[in-house]
Ligand binder design. Sequence first.
Ligand SMILES: *Cc1c(COP(=O)(O)O)cnc(C)c1O
Length: 228
Amino acid sequence: MINKNLIAIKKKIEITATRCGRSPDDIQLVAVSKRFPATTIEKAHLAGQTLFGENYIQEAKEKKELLGPTVRFHFIGHLQSNKARIAAEIFDMVETIDRIKIARTLNKHLLSLDRRMDVLIQVNIGKDPNKSGAAPEECAFLLEQVKELEAINPVGLMTITPITDNPEASRPYFKKLAKLGKRLQTLNLLPENRIELSMGMSNDYIVAIEEGATLVRVGTALFGQRPT
Ligand SMILES: *Cc1c(COP(=O)(O)O)cnc(C)c1O
C-alpha cells in the first residue's frame, strides 16, 4: 500500500515538474509521518523514502532513536523553547521558525552541540489569526535578525494554507509565498541562486509544484488516514 502510494506520488511529482519545465530533482517529498508508528516509517524507508516530517518533538525523538541516522526528519510543528534542545539534536531542518526568540534558543543549543542547521521561516501567508507563522511584512526584519545567528542558516520559506477540498483555492497563497521569497532574495535576506519553498500537502501538492514548491509535505496520500 505505502509502496504503491509512494510510486504514484513520485510519478505525479515528476510529471508535474516536467510539465512546468522544472527538474523533478528540484522537488523533495517530505513524507509526513506524525502519529504513525516507526514501523510505518520503516516501510516507506524500505521503499526508498528517506525524508520524513514530524510535528511532535517527543514522538520524533523516539522514532529517531529507533530508526537511526539514515532516516532524516524535518520539524514541521510549532516549536516551543523547552523542546528546542531536542530539536537541535534530531532534525535535519526546522521548517517553522516564526519568531526571533525561538531562533535564538535553537541557535544556542546548536552551538553547544557543535551543529549547524538549515531552517525555513514559517509565514502566515493567509494572515489566519488561528495559525502560527510570521506575518509576511515581518519576514524581512525577522530574517535580518536570524542571519546574525551563527548556527542557523535560513534557506527559504514554509507555509500552511487554509484547509480546503479545492486545490485551486491554495494557488493564490502559493503564488504569494513564491513572490515573497523572490523579494527577500532581492533584499539579500535569502540565498541568491536558489531557495526552498515548503508548500503543498496531500490535496494540493500538484498546484504547489506548479507555483514553485521545492518541498511538498504529504501525509494522508502516502500513509492513509492518521491514527487518532
Ligand atoms: C499534517 C501536516 C501535513 C500533511 O498533511 P496531509 O493532508 O495529511 O498530507 C503537512 N504539513 C503540516 C505542517 C502538517 O501538520
